[in-house]
Write a protein of this length. Sequence first.
Length: 86
Amino acid sequence: MLHLTTQEFYERKRRAFLEQYQKQQRDQGGFAPPHVVAIFSAGPMFTSLVIENFNREKITASDVSDYLQIRVKHLRELQSEFAWSA
C-alpha cells in the first residue's frame, strides 16, 4: 500500500462515483455507453494514460482496445472524454 489517502476518503469517492454511474445509467435508459463503461472499469487515471500514449502514437488503437476492453469503433468517444489531457 502506498498510503496516499485514507480509507474514509476512498470510500467517500467510491460512493460518489457509483452514484454518478448509476445516475448516468438511469438517464440513458439503463445502458451506459461503451466508453463510459471502459472509463469506469479501468479508472480515469489508467484510461487517461492509455489515451495520452495513443495520442502520442506510442501505442496502437488495437493496444487501447486490449488495455481498456473496448472496441476500436468506440475510441473516438473515449478520446473526446479525455480531450483535456492531450
